[in-house]
Design a protein around this ligand. Structure first.
Ligand code: NG6
Ligand code: CA
Length: 511
């Protein structure tokens, strides 16, 4: 069958499904690729308004699909967003779901329903490639030289190729399924949070040897001229270069897509760009005026282009739903002196929003969010509210997989909105959390936004100027329609709205 005949057939089938309206027993099983960027802000790509750099591949994705203006992740740090994206449950309901340390055990327990297990149940081949940061191993943590279990394979992924935590944390080795590849038994890998010997070189003792200096934290073991959070020794043959991460994710993803081109597949492409340390490949260094932070965005854009080229080459674009999103909003200095502040110029990483990473201001969680399914999603812009936490219920609906009552507790089926179907609505409210604190929350309900600060949560990182997320009072209220930048606290003017939102928030949190 020619591509255009296949296309017509698919459009016909899709139209038929729409006409009949769900539930029809007509499950659709397109391939699904979720591309999650790391620390990418609303204003960091050109299709969302960036003018100081250009992201042609992400822009093309948006031009061929739906670009959401109210697309969110559920937390303003990595681990809780990833936890809730996969499980469909708010991270504050789970234990130890804040930013995971290097030796964190698996946070999502085996047997938990996830996006991956749902799609696996629907007959998909499933893979996660890239940053994990959701812990590995049993209660005592990862057995780096042995079997790294449980992990992604115990919650619905057939295979994984991972950066175990985040690259400012040790160790700089990959994890393939249950093992660290290329590990030499004569040089075992040790990972810990205490200096292993008095003469172990660190970012403090050997600061003048570093190729990128640290600004706060990140001053323990040195690898590739960069000091990290945590200590490690050994595993030299298994270590990677920071510069090669993006190429590796693309290489492994291309292999996975090629291998599974004839069956439905789910790929969670979990980029490390643009998290610190921002060390893009040499060919991207210096490509923007924004320093390595901008160059890493260009590298991310290249990855998106490579994935889309692979879909085109294998004629899969019309049978693949692509979701592009971020795990939290932007940060400029997150621990290394990479020039992000000095070279920022006119760039507004969070676009028109305040705050960023670590913050419950909109900039913390309102991030780029694009869906593309050629021939199925009509290109356009959507103002519907959708969140990464909704992928679980929405993809379950798409593939007609049942969801147990105790699974995916906070995931809404917003499939119609994700596909841009006429009159389809997104969610009407969303809880935004900062990290794992159970203290600081945002609640967007319609165009109102309530902030709740339980304890002082100001931080010493530069997110955006001015620094957001410091404690001003216990509750704040903003009218996003009039005041998208959350500058004017109107809680005194609208006591009844505030009271009803406070009640709504505590009901969701205490549920
Ligand atoms: C913070 C780190 C920050 C970053 C973050 C996790 C310090 C001072 N700060 O604790 O650099 O690693 O954790 O980022 O160590 S995330 O995107 O993976 O959530
Ligand atoms: Ca992140």
């Amino acid at each position: 069958m020619t591509t255009s005949a296949r296309h017509s057939l698919r459009v016909f089938a899709a139209t038929l499904a729409l006409l009949c309206l769900a539930p029809t027993g007509y499950a659709e099983t397109p391939n699904v690729i979720v591309i999650m960027a790391d620390d990418l802000g609303y204003g960091d790509v050109s299709c969302y308004g960036a003018t100081e750099l250009s992201t042609p591949n992400i822009d093309q994705l948006a031009a061929e699909g739906l670009r959401f203006t109210s697309g969110y992740c559920s937390a303003s740090t990595c681990t809780p967003t990833r936890y809730s994206m996969l499980t469909g449950t708010y991270a504050f309901r789970g234990q130890r779901t804040g930013i995971a340390p290097p030796n964190a055990p698996a946070i999502i327990q085996p047997g938990t329903e996830t996006v991956a297990s749902i799609l696996q149940g629907a007959g998909y081949a499933t893979a996660v490639i890239g940053k994990w940061h959701l812990g590995l191993g049993g209660p005592s943590g990862p057995d780096w030289n042995g079997e790294l279990k449980p992990g992604p394979l115990e919650i619905g992924f057939d295979t994984c190729f991972l950066l175990p935590t985040t690259n400012d944390r040790v160790p700089q080795v990959y994890v393939h399924d249950h093992h660290v590849p290329n590990l030499d038994p004569a040089d075992p890998l040790w990972v810990g949070n205490k200096k292993p010997s008095p003469d172990h070189p660190t970012g403090i003792t050997h600061r003048d040897t570093l190729k990128m200096d640290w600004s706060h934290g990140h001053n323990s073991t040195i690898h590739n001229g960069i000091s990290r959070i945590g200590f490690y020794t050994g595993g030299h043959a298994a270590r990677f270069r920071d510069e090669d991460l993006a190429d590796k994710w693309v290489e492994k993803s291309t292999e996975f897509i090629e291998q599974h081109q004839d069956e439905p597949f789910f790929l969670f492409f979990s980029s490390h760009d643009i998290h610190v340390p921002r060390i893009p490949h040499e060919r991207f260094q210096g490509k923007t005026s924004l320093g390595f932070r901008g160059d890493a965005i260009v590298e991310l854009d290249w990855c998106v282009g490579e994935l889309m080229n692979t879909l085109d080459r294998l004629k899969l674009a019309e049978n693949t739903l692509v979701v592009f999103c971020s795990d939290n909003g932007p940060v400029l200095d997150d621990g290394y002196k990479d020039g992000a502040i000095e070279k920022n110029g006119q760039h507004r990483a969070a676009g028109p929003y305040s705050g960023g990473k670590y913050s419950v201001y909109e900039g913390g969680t309102r991030t780029p969010f694009i869906t593309r399914w050629k021939g199925r999603i009509a290109p356009g812009i959507s103002d519907e509210m959708v969140c990464t936490i909704d992928l679980a219920a929405s993809l379950a609906a798409l593939t007609e997989q049942p969801l147990p009552d105790d699974a995916c507790l906070d995931s809404f089926n917003v499939l119609g909105a994700l596909l841009g179907e006429p009159d389809a609505e997104g969610r009407d409210h969303l809880v935004q959390q900062d990290n794992g604190s159970r203290g600081t929350f945002g609640l967007r309900s319609g165009s109102w936004k309530l902030h709740h600060y339980k304890r002082k949560s100001a931080r010493n990182v530069v997110v955006e100027q001015p620094l957001a997320n410091s404690k001003v009072s216990e509750y704040l209220l903003f009218d996003l329609e009039k005041d998208p930048a959350e500058k004017n606290n109107v809680i005194k003017q609208h006591p009844q709205i505030a009271a009803s939102l406070k009640q709504q928030l505590s009901k969701i949190i205490d549920d």
